[in-house]
Design a protein around this ligand. Sequence first.
Ligand code: TEU
Length: 554
Amino acid sequence: HGTQDWYETAIFYQIYPRSFKDSDGDGIGDIQGIISKLEHLKEIGVGGTWLSPIFESPMKDFGYDISNFYAIQKEYGTMEDAVLLFQKAKELDIKIILDFVPNHSSDQCEWFIKSAANDSVYRDYYVWHEGIVVDGVPRPPNNWNSVFYGSAWTWHDQRKAFYLHQFDKSQPDLNFRHQPVVDEMKNVLRFWMDKGASGFRVDAVNHLFEVEDFRDEPIDNEGDPLDYGYTKKDYTKDLDEVYDMIYQWREVMDQYQAEHGGETRIMMSEAYANETFTMKYYQSPDGSRQGSHMPFNFVLINELYEGSPASDFKKVIDARINALPSGRKTNWVIGNHDQARVGSRYGPEKIDALLTLVMTLPGIAVTYNGEEIGMVDYRYGILFNETVDPQACNAYPDGPVDDGWIWKSRDPVRTPFQWDDSENAGFCECGTNRTWLPVNSNYKKLNLELQKSWRKSTFNYYKELSELRQDDTMKEGGYESFVVNEVFAFTRTVEGHDPRLVLINLGDTEQVIDVTKLTHIFSDKLRVLVAGSETSHEKGDILNANDVYLRKYN
Ligand code: TEU
């Protein structure tokens, strides 16, 4: 062993900085707060941490609208704080990955302000169009819709033109067909590697390019008007130029690596894309150019659901593993700041089953902060008129027509981390300040401190899984899967080490499985890990038994 690079077997932990830990009592998490909690990350075996954006921003999309790519948001701290975080994390052998948001800037970014003013340097930094004049009134040039609802075009009075925005109108799209923009964003990468970043999560990267002739999107009669409207995204998403840009960024990073040495700096690219498109991020078709180290694999979020039969788990997971370019790794992820938490999607009793998948399937594990204690969405604790997420506000500009808005808002997924049962769940000592989003009212019963004291807690189970990952079988072992009734089962095996079998009951009834009949690799060395909603064994028990009973427990 030892042939794998650090990231290929790591646990990556996503921190949503606004909600992780507030050190100064303003109700907003910050960098010093993260520093004060690095020991928590160490305790659960985290190898790399990716931070949602910490850069200067008017916070219309909570940091995904950057006004200065080279500066730290003041309410999060200073550049010195950021550098200190890199150093402190390094001492604990935890790498810090920053969020790189190339598709757009804030409309308050100096580049955009100058572009709107037709400044000679910045005029082409964004995608502008005079529109089509109908009855003397300029209309958007085509039917393109924004991911955050409504037209993707907004009129700018000063420039007398429309600008393109794939997301909120406060997030104008940068023009990647303009070389100075390409150069500028490469500078951003070098700048943060110089500061000590170990890599980047690349945001919304499949939206980077749109067709040059601005042709209309095809109509999608089945489309949800509250998603992309009634149009597809054939001409505004997943274009070939996207992958070329990824390969260019990889070159920048590899060159930096060659000049500065040190451990591999990695790129994790975020694209909600199908399997074929996702694979293109790894490398060029002829393998001559390298791309993303970890094109996000979202199948546990997008293709499997509460109620998916065990056979679907096998089909979807096997397909993704088999699709990988040879020698490359994929990640398993069940949550992030955009998606309902796993306990809210699959039901709280399935949290341990999904955590088990993330931590024992071959490859990289990704954990969204709070998942390790089984935090759930604060869905009904936030009212529509309190919702701050632009995705929900834009979807219902005139107020909600039904309960649907609850699922459009990402606020319930982003509530403060529940550290203990003190005021504000230990997230902050806010005094008269309020936390930026309310703390989930369940925090007295669901918090890290309490779970540490309770052997069967999600947290202690997570720690066991994390330790289990350390063994060579889990790090390097091959994978073979089976389905028995509602049990999804797989082996992890490698020469010279004890084989493992993971059994996950996805059904609601007792299952009795004769392990000897399940796998030809059965031997008295076989160790069995049992998880799932219904098990007679305490979750996470590692057994050396012939028969494994999975049944209801109370
Ligand atoms: O999200 C990309 C993206 O496609 C999202 O629209 C996602 O599908 C949606 O939020 C699901 O509800 C990234 C960031 O993760 C997100 O927080 C940002 O709002 C978005 O880019 C714009 O930067």
